[in-house]
Design a protein. Structure first.
Length: 423
């Protein structure tokens, strides 16, 4: 009996050690799972809280706004043209020669037929004197031949030869006088002469420009209009002309000619207007903006041109609207800002009651529009804007659709004037 107890002692001890190892293993696994579970719970709790934590609210961008208006505009058509002289040319000489006299001052007015430049014609004049002497002798011989013919002292053939010689010398003299005349450069019409391009003693070749001569009063303006306007343009209609050299001045004239041909390449036709130019403000070659006044008026909705943004998708504007209270409530505030937000909300309510939107919650909403004519600083809106709508006129680069905005007191772009263009 004692021996059996002694034999079972070591087995019992081994079994106890195995049981303890299993308990330790299960305990370790449990602790590891407990730590992993606690870590996962903490991670999901923290990340969920971070997602719910409000970030800093985007401050409103400062913009300027204008209100869309309904106006009555006179029907008109706009075009781009060029000022042209009624008569204008570069003065040249038909013959070569040496300049011996310049009789005009640059920039002065000259009259038709006035001598401007004299070329050396001494050789031609000497040849003319020689021809005239021969002609005088030939006429004397012709007179004697005629007397002899009447007395039958000479033949008819001899007389006709004398007559032919006289006619030949007369033609030579006339030709020489024409050459001498062409050695003088005269004003072909009355006008203003430009800066001279020659000097005394210079050898002047044919077709070399001496100066330009332009008739400035009255003056023409040639401009193009699209072919769809061909039915509404007629002679006698009034036109307004503006040029960049005199931006505050409007020149008035009337249509005097319409080209019957429509250019195939541009699908446009040319129109000519005539204007008075007593003050010589308009100069040939100037770029001109032309407005043809038509009969009748129309009602249009207009906004400042600075409010329109142009991009590849079309023309758009930003409207300024009050933010939807539901959307405003959905935006969480940070705890530190909650009291300030509540205070601002109270102020906004008070300002709204007083009809002042300066401190109200405002947002910008972008919308695409269709535009028409431009006049001065305004542009016609044919679709997308109604009278009374408020549109952003400056600060568009700082905002996007739905961005919070605040209205500035002054408009830095209010004096920016845009050029009139066709629709």
């Amino acid at each position: 009996m004692d021996s059996s107890n002694q034999d079972s002692g070591p087995d019992q001890k081994a079994s106890d050690r195995t049981t303890k190892r299993k308990v330790s293993l299960f305990t370790s696994i449990f602790l590891v799972l407990l730590v992993v579970g606690a870590g996962s719970a903490a991670y999901w709790y923290l990340t969920g809280t971070a997602r719910k934590a409000p970030g800093p609210r985007r401050p409103p961008a400062t913009v300027t706004v204008a209100q869309a208006e309904q106006q009555t505009w006179q029907n008109e058509r706009t075009g781009i043209g060029t000022v042209r002289a009624i008569q204008g040319t570069d003065l040249t000489s038909e013959l070569a020669g040496k300049v011996i006299e310049i009789l005009f001052e640059s920039g002065k007015r000259v009259r038709r037929g006035e001598l401007l430049v004299q070329l050396d014609a001494s050789r031609e004049k000497a040849e003319l004197k020689s021809i005239e002497a021969e002609l005088k002798q030939a006429r004397s011989n012709l007179a004697r031949s005629k007397e002899l013919l009447q007395k039958d002292a000479t033949t008819q053939e001899n007389y006709e030869q004398m007559l032919t010689e006289v006619e030949r010398l007369k033609s030579s003299a006339d030709r020489q006088r024409a050459i001498i005349d062409k050695k003088e450069i005269q004003a072909p019409f009355t006008g203003e002469i430009g800066i001279r391009k020659i000097s005394l003693g210079q050898y002047l070749s044919p077709e070399t420009a001496v100066a330009t001569l332009q008739q400035l009063d009255p003056i023409y303006v040639d401009f193009d209009l699209p072919e769809q306007n061909a039915g509404v343009i007629s002679e006698g209609q009034s036109v307004r002309i503006t040029v960049s050299a005199h931006p505050d001045r409007v020149f008035r004239g009337s249509v005097i000619a319409i080209n019957p041909l429509v250019e195939e390449s541009t699908r446009s036709f040319k129109v000519r207007a005539q204007l008075g130019n007593e003050e010589r403000k308009l100069r040939p070659g100037m770029f001109a903006q032309v407005v043809v006044e038509l009969s009748g008026n129309r009602e249009v909705v207009v906004i400042p041109q600075t409010a329109v943004a142009f991009n590849a998708y079309g023309k758009s504007v930003y409207f300024v609207q009050k933010q939807d209270p539901k959307q405003q409530a959905d935006v969480p505030d940070r705890p530190a800002e909650k009291n300030a937000a509540n205070k601002n909300a109270t102020e906004e309510d008070n300002s709204e009651k007083n009809g002042n939107d300066q401190n109200a919650a405002l947002v910008a909403r972008r919308s695409f529009i269709q535009t028409g004519e431009r006049r001065g600083k305004l542009i016609e809106v044919r679709k997308g804007v109604e009278p009374g709508d408020r549109v952003v006129t400056s600060g568009q680069l700082k905002i996007d659709d739905g961005s919070p905005v605040q209205i500035a007191q002054t408009d830095v772009a209010r004096d920016v004037d845009a050029k009139a263009t066709a629709p």
